[in-house]
Design a protein around this ligand. Sequence first.
Ligand code: KG4
Ligand code: ZN
Length: 341
Amino acid sequence: MLLLAIESSCDETAAAILQDDGTVLSEVVASQASLHAEYGGVVPEIASRAHLERILPVLDQVVKKSGVTLKDLDAIAVSHTPGLAGSLLVGLMAAKTLAMVLGIPLIAIDHLQAHVYACQIAHQVPIFPCVGLIVSGGHTSLYRCLNPLDFELLGTTIDDAAGEAFDKVAAMLRLPYPGGPSIQRIASQGNPHAYVFPRAYIHDKEKLRFSFSGLKTAVRYQLVGTGKQSFEHLELDDATRADIAASFQEAVVDVLATKARHALQMTGLKILCVGGGVAANAALRERLEKDSRRYHFQYYTAPLKLCTDNAVMGAIAWERFRAGEWASLDLDISPGVVRMH
Ligand code: KG4
Ligand code: ZN
């Protein structure tokens, strides 16, 4: 059985042809990072227009690379929630059109559930029930994941996502977009204890909430002082830049790892699965590895290219396919996080 999965929830136009035994016949990811770089973050209008230009070439390419034809497909799966409205619409319209023309089922993918499922795909072991930590440019949330398709929200950010903080702090340090990999690179030369940046709610064991806007402001104040100073005349030596990047990264990692541990304690679960772009961060991975040994839990994450947005994690659609949960052709997008099961 063969599935074509389409992902366009943010700024990657991705497609994959997946077999029900786990084989990936082909995959394509067209990144838009260069288009958004000069703005230091994803511009929704640019993202949706770029998806529109890329979706058909990406679909052509993924079919060509797979060695099968559209007629061989048994289902079309697509991320329809959450994400940027205009971006989601492009993937959804392409998927619906294919499902209708080919006369095969349409399967709805919850993008956040797919990020957690990426851990199962990567490790080929059952990961459910587990605590899911999703950290990306748009999300920082903890879930009790009962099974691949039933998630309960335990806590989320009250303002920015962790990836957004990486991107904005990188812009302050005049590092290229996306900020996460840039900060990780220079942080490796810095001292993570040079500055003590705030770790919001880290001691609040009752509520699993996050906040990163104060951390962003603290970095700003460290760089230019309080008040209205601008970044224009800021002169930064490499050592200070590396120390600030390392200390900022340390604060984010400390918060994410500590709150994940609180979620494990609160739920009594013994498995932690981490997905989303920030899960690619080496310092976070190292800290969670260490914590898993120290606090006796199992920690799974995916290889880097399965952490950032991709369509291979669309294999979660087989779970709905097998359960007979096919979407109707009037499936709509849900840009916000409104429904997890
Ligand atoms: O999951 P993703 O590809 O897209 C969505 O936001 O859905 O995540 C992108 C985010 C960006 O904010 C990027 O800066 C961050 O993930 N990121 C990282 C790393 N690689 C990507 N953050 C920290 N360290 C990294 N190595
Ligand atoms: Zn994502």
